[in-house]
Design a protein around this ligand. Structure first.
Ligand code: FES
Ligand code: FE2
Length: 457
């Protein structure tokens, strides 16, 4: 998705209409000397249109997990921004992904969430597509089109690059985007603690929760990437409610030994050592399994396995996950500046016994799902923020994002990337800086990726 290569301060949209936002203004929204955020990043309708074109149509976006489409013909629907995508496993085990839009009148080619298919037929006039998205049949082709329609021309757009990292499948519309590995950079080291702690990797517990919330996608993505600060305050009653009887309530407080990671690419996570905090809602079998998992993890990841027992993380722009027993994997699909559609799964180790998978699945229902107690706490805050920011005065009143300024290190002996204390907004600052960079850069040379750190400890 090449952007017209202007070097002016103008942001040109795909339809050649200059945006009323200048590049320097967009950068100033999130990168100011006092480390403040301009609320319009969450509410402005035109910025949202720029996001769809410059962020979602250019970056690598999560579209599916391998375990959702294990067999040839398996498909799942997804979104990149507001564009519906169909993701299909091919006979040679590769993955195809294409716009789920029929180029006759724009109908959704496939209206199922998931399934197995040999082909797809548009329900409006019956144009037929193979599993890699080629238009292969047109009803009454002779009578209607006099055999003159060019089928090669009228298939849906296909994703330019598709790749996966340890089960997570990502895609980008941009043929010039760097490789997925480069895009993820040092974030891979942290993802490994979740995705690579057992030899078989992870799988999704069947089923997905989907719900709509009136808030901006970045509020959720930033919080999952970086915000440990809200945990003790927003979630304290929920944490206490989950604790087994007789347990010391102090154990429900956020661990003191906690750090945050962030990088140039805008990815971020917060992580901690304390396994009690990570697994507080599990029963005895669950704890036994977590312990066993930890030993396997040591074999695969070495001593670093003990450095992280739980984490919250965001892969820029809109994939988030939580480690430990709150093992949610979720996407914040944007639906306008003021709304998101959340798709959330439970992600577990593939080699876990069935009863443990079910326990993790139930744990997610209780904690991070539309009715989950942590989800309710977060959702209340996000929806209220979005309401407040609609006001004429509110939207010109700056927000403070200065926590931990000047305290980051990039030479930590164990942890790659930029490291700050758990209570910091280093990840948020990286996230918004990258947001502004991708919103304004005309090509990938102007938004380089931080390199993966050499293997440490
Ligand atoms: Fe799909 Fe007409 S819209 S066949
Ligand atoms: Fe939360």
């Amino acid at each position: 998705m090449a952007i017209s290569g202007k070097t002016t301060d103008e942001i040109i949209l795909e339809n050649r209409r200059p945006s009323s936002w200048k590049k320097s203004d967009v950068q100033g929204l999130v990168d100011s000397p006092d480390h403040s955020l301009d609320p319009r990043v969450f509410t402005d309708a035109e910025l949202y249109q720029i996001e769809l074109e410059r962020i979602f149509a250019r970056t690598w976006v999560f579209i599916a997990h391998d375990s959702q489409i294990p067999n040839p013909g398996d498909f799942t629907s997804s979104y990149i921004g507001e564009d519906p995508i169909l993701v299909v496993r091919q006979k040679d085990n590769t993955v195809s992904a294409f716009l789920n839009m029929c180029c006759h009148r724009g109908m959704r080619i496939c209206r199922e969430d998931c399934g197995n298919a040999k082909s797809f037929t548009c329900t409006y006039h019956g144009w037929g597509y193979n599993t890699s998205g080629d238009l292969v049949s047109v009803p009454m082709e002779s009578r209607a089109y006099h055999d003159a329609i060019d089928r090669n021309k009228w298939g849906p757009p296909k994703l330019a690059q598709i790749d996966s990292y340890k089960g997570l499948i990502f895609a980008t519309w941009d043929p010039d985007a760097p490789s997925l590995s480069e895009y993820l950079g040092p974030m891979k080291w942290y993802l490994d603690h979740y995705l690579g702690r057992s030899p078989e990797g992870t799988e999704i517990v069947p089923g997905v929760h989907k719900w709509v919330m009136p808030c901006n996608w970045k509020i959720a993505a930033e919080q999952f990437g970086d915000d440990m600060y809200h945990v003790d305050y927003s979630h304290s009653s929920a944490m206490l409610a989950l604790m087994p009887e007789g347990m010391d309530p102090a154990l429900a407080q956020f661990p003191k030994e906690a750090n945050s990671f962030s990088c140039r690419q805008g990815h971020a996570c917060s992580f901690w050592k304390d396994p009690v905090f990570s697994n507080i809602q599990l029963d005895e079998d669950g704890h036994r399994w977590a312990q066993q998992e930890q030993e396997t993890s040591r074999r695969l990841l070495g001593p670093r396995a003990d450095e992280i027992s739980g984490m919250n993380a965001t892969v820029f722009p809109n994939l988030s996950l939580l480690g430990g027993a709150s093992c949610t994997l979720r996407v914040w699909h944007p639906r306008g500046p003021n709304e998101i559609e959340v798709w959330s799964w439970a992600l577990v180790d593939k080699n876990a016994p069935q009863d443990i998978k079910e326990q993790y699945g139930q744990s997610i229902v209780r904690t991070f799902s539309p009715a989950g107690i942590f989800e309710q706490d977060d959702g209340e805050n996000w929806v209220e923020i979005q309401r407040v920011l609609q006001g004429a005065v509110a939207r010109r009143t700056k927000l403070n994002a200065e926590m931990g300024v000047g305290r980051a290190k990039t030479d930590h002996p164990v942890f790659p990337g930029t490291i700050n204390y758990g209570y910091s907004e280093e990840g948020a600052r990286h996230f918004y800086r990258r947001w502004a960079e991708v919103m304004t850069a005309d090509n990938w040379a102007a938004m380089p990726c931080e390199k993966e750190a050499p293997e440490q400890a």
